[in-house]
Ligand binder design. Structure first.
Ligand code: GDP
Ligand code: MG
Length: 545
């Protein structure tokens, strides 16, 4: 396939708007998979994805399509929709020249639609809006097209109206892909330049790297080098994903496919790495920003957890892993996740795919402290430290400033819930940044939130006060100064390390009272008195007996 006949694209959407269903239809219409039972969600390979109905890992598939007598190779890369996995979305987009932005004709633009649009827009990709579920009784494609025009500045007539479920207008989508998305601008005669954009671990074959070829060609027997590690490999197999691996003779510039090259170690297939031909080095492609963990939790060691963790983190390099131990829980790991759903999904995958069982503690967020004590600065070798464990919280006399992580949250809601949502956000110490009507009935709100205020139950609270109608997405917004304190919990006068928490001083009394009440219910009744106290330094702020 000459590059003019290749198109690389992704489908992006708010969760449940129909990405996976549309992907199935595209695979069927191009004869990639058989038209059997509906809703099989072929690209969702993981058990956790099928059970939860969400996409976690980006998957790719190559489709062949005849258009006006010309045969095209279309590489489709599915992306996860949930906020926690935006990192996977940006990874997938780097291998594409265009996207299908799917929007539900009934629900209209939601928080993740906005976030995903900007990811694609910033990557300068061609964006084709697809209005899905036009078969629904309450579908209002006109209204959604107007929202798209107002928010994204895309003319109404560029939208394609489809029903992925019923297979309506799927051909039109493929025609748009060919007309609107530019072919990749790469040359097969250039030296080899391949981007590793994903990788999976196979128990039998070792590391399987998903690659996008930005120049040259690659085939079995070639000697290649990783720009990241400088290690040399001999290529054993290359091929395309249909969506199962199908070996091919070669992969050419502009193509997307997989590579097996005897990489055995989990660290060898670094995502964002550039591969080039031995003795023909090239300028490496700009790597990905490594994902920043936002939520930390401890996991306690059991049977084969160590090797399971190593393998699963190869499949999901956005998880950070540190050894850790505590008095009550024993040896374990402190893991960093992108968000709560990410944490739950990771845990479920450990159990289902690696047959391990784990105990997970309540999550915390990474705080920072700017040190003022010369002694501590010397000890840490740095004047700014990150605190992920309350036990390391430095005393305020040796600190000039504490910092907390923040996120910029986008909320899309029907207007009748605005009042309640504003109260909820204020209660979470959030600051309003923007408020915009996207049509007569719907509003988009932007707030700067301290991360720890949304990490546990914000999403549930938002959903319940809006009867499920408000949607939420967030992106990292850096650190801000905060009046933080460490709160200890004392049982009969003795501090219990595992129960200590770092909180904002405004929330100290309420949180202390709440924790003491909960512990009173949780600790089995005894024949003697037990004092349960919350304390800040030496000061007791709440007590139950
Ligand atoms: P994803 O989360 O974006 O991958 O969404 P899915 O493809 O999993 O679809 C979410 C739900 O919407 C599923 O129950 C689908 O059956 C349903 N759905 C998808 N497309 C359509 C459509 O065109 N019409 C209707 N009525 N339902 C659809
Ligand atoms: Mg899906």
């Amino acid at each position: 396939y000459p590059v003019e006949r290749i198109r690389n694209f992704s489908i992006i959407a708010h969760v449940d708007h129909g990405k996976s269903t549309l992907a199935d239809r595209l695979l069927e219409i191009t004869g990639t998979i058989a038209k059997t039972d509906r809703n099989k969600q072929v690209l969702d390979k993981l058990q956790v994805e099928r059970e939860r109905g969400i996409t976690v890992k980006a998957q790719s598939a190559s489709l062949f399509y005849d258009h006006k007598g010309v045969n095209y190779l279309l590489n489709l890369i599915d992306t996860p929709g949930h906020v926690d996995f935006n990192y996977e979305v940006s990874r997938s987009l780097s291998a594409c020249q265009g996207v299908l932005l799917v929007v539900d004709a009934n629900e209209g633009i939601q928080a993740q639609t906005v976030a995903n649009f900007y990811l694609a827009f910033e990557a300068q990709l061609a964006i084709i809006p697809v209005i899905n579920k036009i078969d629904l009784k309450n579908a209002d494609p006109e209204r959604v097209e107007k929202q798209i025009e107002k928010l994204f500045d895309i003319p109404v007539n560029e939208c394609v109206r489809i029903s992925a479920k019923q297979g309506t207008n799927i051909e039109k989508v493929l025609e748009k892909v060919i007309e609107k998305i530019p072919p990749p601008q790469f040359n097969t005669t250039d030296p080899l330049k391949a981007l590793v954009f994903d990788s999976t671990f196979d128990h039998y074959r070792g590391v399987i790297a998903n690659i996008a070829i930005f120049g040259g060609e690659i085939q079995k027997g070639h000697k290649i080098v990783s720009a990241h590690t400088n290690k040399r490999y001999e290529v054993n197999e290359v091929g395309i994903l249909t969506p199962d691996e199908q070996p091919t003779h070669k992969l050419y510039a502009g193509q997307v496919g997989y590579l097996i090259a005897g990489m055995k170690e989990v660290t060898e297939a670094q995502i964002g790495d550039t591969l080039f031909m031995y003795k023909q080095p090239v300028e490496p492609l700009p790597g990905f920003k490594s994902a920043k963990p936002m939520v930390f939790a401890d996991q306690t060691e059991y049977n084969n957890l160590k090797s399971a963790l190593e393998r699963l983190t190869l499949n999901d390099s956005s998880v950070t892993v540190h050894r850790d131990s505590s008095l009550a829980l024993g040896a374990g790991w402190r893991l960093g996740f992108l968000g709560l759903l990410h944490m739950e999904v990771f845990n479920q995958r450990l159990e289902q795919e690696y047959n391990t069982s784990v105990i997970l503690t309540a999550p915390t967020v990474p705080y920072k402290a700017v040190l003022s004590s010369a002694k501590l600065i010397k000890e840490y070798g740095n004047s700014e430290i990150t605190i992920i464990n309350p036990a390391q919280f430095p005393d305020k006399h040796s600190v000039s400033e504490y910092l907390e992580p923040t996120v910029l949250g986008t909320i899309v809601t029907p207007q009748e819930y605005i009042g309640k949502i504003i109260v909820l956000c204020q209660d979470r110490r959030a600051v309003q940044k923007e408020m915009l009507y996207i049509d007569e009935h719907r509003v988009m709100l932007k707030y700067l939130f301290p991360l720890n205020e949304i990490v546990v139950d914000f999403y549930d609270a938002l959903k319940s006060l809006s009867s499920g109608y408000a949607s939420f997405d967030y992106e990292d917004a850096g650190y801000q100064a905060a009046d933080l304190i460490k709160m200890d919990i004392l049982i009969n006068g003795n501090p219990v390390e595992e129960l200590a928490t770092i909180i904002h001083s405004d929330k100290a009394y309420a949180t202390g009272k709440f924790l003491c009440e909960r512990l009173k219910d949780a600790i089995p009744r005894q024949l003697f008195e037990i004092a349960i106290q919350a304390a800040i330094g030496k000061k007791i702020i709440a007590r139950e007996t």
